[in-house]
Design a protein around this ligand. Sequence first.
Ligand code: ADP
Length: 325
Amino acid sequence: MADVPTEAPEHCPGTQSDSAGKASACAGCPNQNICASGATKQPDPGIALVKERLADVKYKILVLSGKGGVGKSTMTSLLARTLAAENSDRNVAILDIDICGPSQPRVMGVVGEQVHQSGSGWSPVYIEDNLSLMSIGFLLSSASDAVIWRGPKKNGMIRQFLSEVDWGTLDYLILDTPPGTSDEHLSATTYLKSAGITGAILVTTPQEVSLLDVRKEIDFCKKVKIPILGIIENMSIFVCPKCKSTAEIFPALTGGGKQMCTEMNIEFLGSIPLDPLLARCCDDGKNVLTEMPDSPSIVALQKIVTRIIDKCEKSTTNLIDHADE
Ligand code: ADP
C-alpha cells in the first residue's frame, strides 16, 4: 500500500482528490510528491487480499463501544464462548484489534501464547477445538508497545491481521475493536468492506455519558454503512450473588439503552447484570460458562446470542459486495 500522508497540512484536499499534491495548500507538505504522483489514489491491494482470505468466513461482526471500560471485550469473549459452546460444529474466532489495549489473551486465558507462522499464514491460538483467537497482544513484547503507534502503522497491522491469519472455515469472526471511532475502525471497515461486514454490536452501560458516546458509534456505523445488529446494555443492574436481590448501580436517568434503541430504531439485544464473580472469572481467564453456568449474566447472555444468531442468519449483508460503494 502506498504510504498514507501522516501530517495533513491545513486545507489538505485529501489523498484521493484530483488536486492531491497539486493544491496550493500542498506546498511545503512533506507528502506532496507522493500525492502528486497519484500513488495514493491507487486502490489498496490489501482490500482484495482480505476478501480472498475471509471468503470462508460466514459472519463478520464488529463489537464497538463509545467508551472504554463498559465491558466490550468481556462481551466479545462471552459471545464467542457461547456461540462455540452451543454447537461444536460451529467455528468461531475472535480478532482483537484493540491495538492499544488488547485484553482478549487475558480474558480467554491464553496470555503469553505464541503465534506461529506457516506457509498459509499466522495460526491463531486455539482455546477450544472450535474457538480461536488472534490478538495484537500475542505479538507485542510489552503491553505498552503499541500505545505510540501512528495511523499508518496501525493500518498496516490491521491489514495483516485481516489478510494473513489462517482461520480456516469460520461461521463467526468477531472483532474486538478499541473504544470510540479511531484509525483502527476506519482501517478495519475499509479492508472488510468488500469481504462484507454482517453487522456491529454496540456495548454500553446505562449512564448517559456512555449512551452519548454510543450515539456517536451509531452515526459512524451509518456513515460507513455497517448494519447495526443491536445494542447490549452491560452492568445494568447488580444481582447479589448471595441473596439474589437487585440494585441499580448506574441509574438510567434517561431511560438507558432500551429508551435510546426505541428512539433510534435499533434493536435492544438485552441487558447483562453486573456480577463480581464474572469480573473475577474473566480477569483470571477462566471460562465463565463452565465456572458459573447459573449466573443471571450467563442466562441473559444466552438469550442475546440466540437473537444475534437469528439476525445473522437473516442478514443478507454477507451476500452483498460493497466493493463499488
Ligand atoms: P472494555 O473492553 O469496554 O474496555 P472490559 O471488557 O475490559 O471493558 O471490562 C472492564 C472491566 O469490567 C473488566 O474488569 C471486566 O471484568 C469488568 N466487567 C465487564 N462486564 C462486567 C459485568 N457484567 N459484571 C462485572 N464486571 C464486568
